[in-house]
Design a protein. Structure first.
Length: 435
């Protein structure tokens, strides 16, 4: 006979799954449930407990906006009210910071993006028996969930999908699989196509026709094999993006913050974290700078020395730094972190590392002891580790902003200002005005 168990969801895990404690002390994590819901679990033939029914739903439960919710791996919490999602993400950040040793921190601001605003889509392409699948991977699987529409994506990206699907299906370069990044820039959608075989002349002609008809300024191509250069397959018009008044040409597939609105919220949060009394000659070191999303706004307040490992991103920023106070460097900070002896010379370090965090660089930061460390994080788990190093070095947490820029996902963006008052005095005596 099948065993069943009725219980209450205790909390939502970092992966967005509801935790149900069993009488034997073990915990079952159930997707698509919410805290405080009463659920019924059943044990399957393999002895695994599965969600069978939601007996008492949470008042925070809402109907998902997308028919693919549950299959598509892009969204985890579309069944939860947006306000509740924001509160959950703030809790995840607080929990991560508490693990690092920082407690009772008020949140200065929160920001949550709206549906239909995502301006960067990274989609998989897979040939299947009856055609082509274009979309995100199915939850917990390598299968691609085919999608024609997505309530997360900006309509200008959605509009490109039918033409993209049609042309991708006909490409000889797409034998079995590929991927496509669509970046919505000020100049319109910018496409980077990756395939498992090289483009033929006919493929290039088809892409050129599509670019012309769909009003796409540039389509670039790259082999799916790791570390191969990108090539321009077709360019019909200039490609550009404006950051704090500077026009840059991002490289194909460039990193972009998820939406224009969240980019602005992150920029504002970083500026809010700056101490007062900055002079235009003050030097700030910015690590993991990308194409300059933070560098150009920061350079309105002080001199900025930027470090970034991607040569194309570095080149895109460098080409736009005339008449700014930015000095860019191209450097792999995991292999060659900026050393403590150089960090000692500046008062402020801003860093925005990838998902894995910045362990090698943190070792140097906590030896260089700048007065301020402004940390932009997309992953509370790596933030917890890097912030623990700052706590051990005597930093306090001065400011915290939480940004939910990946709607309905488990991702959370955080901007934190850490400050250290003792041992090394700030040469400029920098403090936040009023603090
Ligand atoms: C989260 S993005 C932030 C970019 C930029 N701050 C922005 O807002 O657009 C992280 C950046 O770190 C860069 N990066 C990744 N690994 C790196 C490394 N080992 N050394 C230096 N930069 C790296 C990536 O190329 C990317 O531009």
């Amino acid at each position: 006979m099948t065993r069943s168990f009725e219980g209450v969801v205790a909390y939502l895990s970092t992966q967005g799954n509801g935790a149900v404690h069993l009488p034997d002390g073990s915990t079952v994590y159930c997707a698509d449930t919410l805290p405080a819901e009463t659920v019924r679990l059943e044990e399957d033939a393999a002895g695994h407990w599965q969600l069978a029914d939601i007996l008492i739903p949470s008042p925070q439960r809402v109907p998902p906006s997308c028919t693919l919710f549950g299959d598509c791996g892009g969204c985890s919490v579309q069944h939860m009210q947006p306000e509740a999602i924001m509160a959950w993400k703030v809790d995840l950040v607080r929990h991560a910071l508490a693990k690092a040793g920082f407690t009772d921190i008020p949140v200065a601001t929160t920001f949550q993006v709206a549906p239909h605003t995502r301006r960067r889509a990274d989609l998989a392409l897979r040939r299947v028996a009856d055609g082509l699948h274009l979309g995100l991977h199915t939850r917990g699987s390598k299968i691609v969930t085919d999608m024609a529409a997505c309530p997360v994506l900006h309509p200008d990206i959605e509009r490109v999908l039918p033409a993209l699907r049609q042309v991708a299906e006909s490409l000889q370069a797409l034998r079995k699989e590929g991927s496509v990044i669509i970046n919505l820039l000020d100049s319109g959608p910018d496409i980077l196509l990756r395939t498992d075989a090289a483009l033929t002349t006919t493929d290039r002609q088809k892409l050129a026709r599509m670019a012309e008809q769909a009003g796409i300024a540039r389509i670039s191509w790259q082999s799916l094999k790791a570390d191969t250069p990108t090539e321009t397959a077709v360019q019909t018009a200039p490609v550009y993006q404006t950051i704090a008044g500077q026009r840059i040409t991002p490289p194909p597939g460039a990193f972009l913050q998820a939406t224009a609105e969240s980019e602005q919220a992150i920029q504002q949060a970083v500026l809010d974290c700056l101490p007062g009394k900055l002079s235009r000659r003050s030097i700030l070191v910015e690590l993991f700078a990308g194409c300059g999303t933070l560098s150009f706004p920061l350079a309105k307040h002080c001199q900025v020395h930027t470090y970034e490992s991607s040569a194309p991103a570095y080149a895109a920023m460098k080409a736009a730094t005339n008449n700014t106070r930015i000095t860019p460097f191209c450097r792999d900070l995991y292999r060659q972190p900026v050393l403590a002896k150089d960090i000692t010379k500046v008062d402020i370090v801003v860093l925005d590392p990838p998902h894995a965090g910045a362990r090698e660089q943190m070792d140097q930061i906590v030896r260089g002891l700048p007065a301020w460390v402004i940390y932009v994080s997309c992953n509370p788990a790596s933030l917890a580790k890097d912030a623990a190093a700052l706590a051990s070095a005597g930093y306090s947490l001065d400011r915290l902003h939480v940004i939910d820029q990946f709607l309905w996902s488990t991702e959370t963006e955080t901007v934190c200002a850490f400050k250290r008052e003792s041992s090394r005095r700030s040469r400029n005596g920098l403090s936040r005005s009023g603090s």
